[in-house]
Design a protein around this ligand. Structure first.
Ligand code: CUA
Length: 169
């Protein structure tokens, strides 16, 4: 059987396209840093956050040279702390958990966006740049007040952060 040269090229291209799609789906599922939440034991008790040293006092604290940790609790219908004040030009790791139901944690206009699941701690590390104010919204339907569940993430200068006592002291 004779196969026209153009037909061969198109066949090869289709096979390559399929392989590329399979590869990209696989990479998206198991690539670096991609993991599902644990399906075994919950890692934290949502009903006892006040007994957890990270979340009993939601806060931002310095954990290293220019490195900060932000412990955030989402609950119907708000975020603590509010606003979340973090220093500019630093590395901030957000640890976010829920005290009740599933919420979202989306910093508007950025790629900082995670689901917040009761019993789990969502962890995202970002590098902040210049001082700015960002809106924080819940993007998972969480009840009657979902549409008013919002907060703020304020990136402030290092000097302002230190003078606000924002290191949790
Ligand atoms: Cu919390 Cu929607």
């Amino acid at each position: 059987m004779h196969i026209h040269a153009y037909e061969k090229i198109w066949l090869a291209a289709s096979v390559l396209l399929i392989l590329f799609l399979l590869g990209s789906v696989t990479y998206g599922a198991v690539g670096p840093g991609v993991a599902m939440v644990s399906d075994t034991e919950p890692t934290i008790d949502p009903g006892a956050l006040d007994e957890d040293e990270r979340f009993s006092e939601p806060r931002v604290e310095q954990v290293g040279e220019n490195e900060y940790a932000a412990y955030v609790v989402a609950r119907q219908f708000g975020f603590q702390p509010d606003p979340i004040v973090v220093p500019a030009n630093s590395t901030v790791t957000f640890y976010v958990t829920s005290a009740d139901v599933i919420h979202g944690f989306e910093v508007a206009g950025t790629n900082l966006n995670t689901m917040v699941v009761p019993g789990e701690v969502s962890e995202i590390t970002v590098k902040t740049d210049e001082p700015a104010e960002y809106g924080l919204i819940c993007n998972e339907y969480c009840g009657a007040g979902h549409h008013v569940m919002e907060g703020k993430v304020n990136v402030v200068s290092q000097a302002e952060f230190e003078s606000s006592g924002g290191d949790g002291e």
